[in-house]
Design a protein around this ligand. Structure first.
Ligand code: HEC
Length: 144
């Protein structure tokens, strides 16, 4: 469980893309996903990231989808997998998967389809709906 490549040495990004302009991201995003992400940006602003989701529901979904098979996740019984990074302090991270700005729209998109955001990643798409992903994002942002 090494923390060495995290937080302290986030990779340098050339100008993070605006999370509320997903259709302009350099990554290719499907039109449907792009529009869904735009809708998610209605409430963005100060304070906690606006995900459009509910953290308690997200925690239940994270348990149900067995994210813990690959991730160690606080508050989720039995979540002790180590194929993916521990999610203990995910809410404090600047980047998702070492390069994607950690913003609600990007996190939702990541959870729905990780390979679309980072080709070759070992995290598979698990068939989440957009709303399920938003609930999970709300939960993940409580992990600090
Ligand atoms: C088959 C194993 C596997 C499953 C199942 C899985 N993940 Fe992952 N996850 C990974 C791997 C591997 C990474 C690292 C991806 C990378 O950096 O390319 C990752 C990365 C992540 C990240 C970014 C973490 C960071 O520190 O940057 C989040 C958030 C995440 N997963 C959430 C979830 C959630 C929520 C679920 C359940 C819906 C889930 N994962 C299911 C393997 C998995």
């Amino acid at each position: 469980m090494s923390e060495s490549n995290r937080a302290s040495s986030d990779p340098v990004m050339p100008m993070p893309p605006d999370p509320c302009r997903p259709c302009a991201w350099p990554q290719r995003v499907s039109t449907a996903l792009c529009l869904a992400l735009l809708a998610a940006c209605g409430g963005h602003g100060a304070g906690t990231p606006a995900t459009g989701g509910d953290a308690a529901t997200g925690k239940r979904l994270v348990t149900q989808y067995q994210c813990g098979a690959c991730h160690a996740i606080p508050e989720v019984p039995g979540a002790g997998g180590d194929a993916g990074p521990p999610l203990a302090h995910f809410g404090r991270l600047s980047y998702i998967a070492n390069g994607i700005p950690n913003q609600p729209a990007q996190l939702t998109a990541w959870l729905i389809d990780p390979p679309a955001m980072k080709p070759g990643t070992a995290m598979p798409a698990l068939g989440l709906t957009e709303q399920e992903a938003r609930h999970m994002a709300a939960f993940l942002y409580t992990l600090k």
